[in-house]
Write a protein that binds this ligand. Structure first.
Ligand code: NAD
Length: 290
């Protein structure tokens, strides 16, 4: 095992289980979360008194809500008095524009940035199966092999420029959000004609309409009425908005992006604090056509 020291900031739905997997592999990071580090720290982790304790480590992982928070935390790392950090690895979804700005700020302070958003939800973070979509220089990504292997079996290095990982992450979440919204509408249509949800899912899941919502989110979180996949609707709405913003800036096709942005924004406004699987309830508020 290398003698690199590690830090981890943000122990939420994704960060806490990913950090627990680092600890299980014998990598014991110094951890900090503004909502309470000690309560959220997995066994084996070193609880930081403040962010400055994390900035005294070599490589720091982040799992934070959005680009604004990541930029603010990186500014605090840069300003830390006994800073030792040489690499920051961001597991958050921030979008390519924010990743570019964060990369520039860190580079000015002599810190290498690896953009490494993840996909697979809290269940994947716990199981160690999340997809890690890294972008950054070859040597920096290669140096992360040990901790990356500890958090996931699905590691991809998609490009040399931080932000390229965000591009792939955003297009993935746009597809996931679209599948969740479209499946909600389709299931409502079937229910309205007297077909049971279980029957609809059984048919679709061995047919051409099968998707991540029909195969995973509906059986686990919607049909069970648990509605707690561990991914806030506000965060999915952020991802769809970031995707649409980038697509519009690029002048790329955006018809479905526009429809998804309108729908997810309206649902998030109507259902503050909801899990993203509750889009099914929002769609259902219009009735099922019965
Ligand atoms: P979360 O809200 O559960 O966790 C974020 C954590 O960051 C919280 O514990 C919060 O207290 C902490 N935090 C906020 N500001 C902080 C600060 N200034 N300093 C230290 N800690 C701070 O969110 P999450 O669901 O774990 O998502 C984290 C990131 O991963 C987001 O960017 C999200 O879009 C992305 N993501 C989430 C999922 C999912 O299924 N939940 C999947 C893939 C990617």
């Amino acid at each position: 095992m290398s003698d690199t020291s590690y830090g981890f900031i943000g122990l939420g739905n994704m960060g806490a289980p990913m950090c627990a997997n680092l600890c299980a592999a014998g990598i014991l990071p110094t951890v900090f979360d503004v909502a309470g580090s000690a309560q959220r720290a997995p066994g084996g982790a070193v609880v930081a008194d403040s962010l400055a304790d994390v900035a005294a480590q070599d490589t720091v992982f982040l799992s934070l809500p959005d680009g604004k928070v990541v930029a603010a935390v990186c500014a605090d790392i840069l300003a830390a008095p006994d800073r030792r950090v040489s690499t920051v690895v961001d597991f958050s979804t921030t979008g390519p524009a924010a990743a570019g700005e964060i990369n520039a700020a860190l580079a000015a302070g002599g810190i290498t940035f690896v953009d490494a958003p993840v996909s697979g939800g809290r269940a994947g973070a716990i199981a160690g199966t999340v997809t890690v979509i890294a972008s950054g220089p070859d040597d920096a990504v290669a140096a992360l092999a040990e901790p990356f292997d500890a958090v996931s079996e699905n590691i991809f290095h998609v490009g040399q420029t931080p932000g390229q990982g965000q591009v792939v992450k955003l297009l993935n979440n746009f597809l996931s959000a679209t599948a969740m919204a479209a499946t909600s509408e389709a299931v409502r249509f079937g229910l309205g004609h007297g077909v049971a949800m279980e029957t609809i899912l059984d048919v679709v899941n061995v047919s051409t309409g099968r998707n991540t919502a029909s195969a995973d989110k509906f059986p686990n979180w919607v049909a069970t009425e648990i509605f707690n996949a561990g991914f806030a609707m506000a965060l999915m709405t952020k991802d769809v908005a970031l995707y649409f913003d980038e697509v519009r800036k690029a002048g790329a096709p955006d018809d479905i992006g526009a429809a998804m942005t309108t729908l997810w924004n309206a649902a998030d406004t109507a259902m503050p604090g909801a899990d993203f699987t509750e889009i099914y309830k929002y769609v259902g508020a219009k009735g099922d056509g019965a």
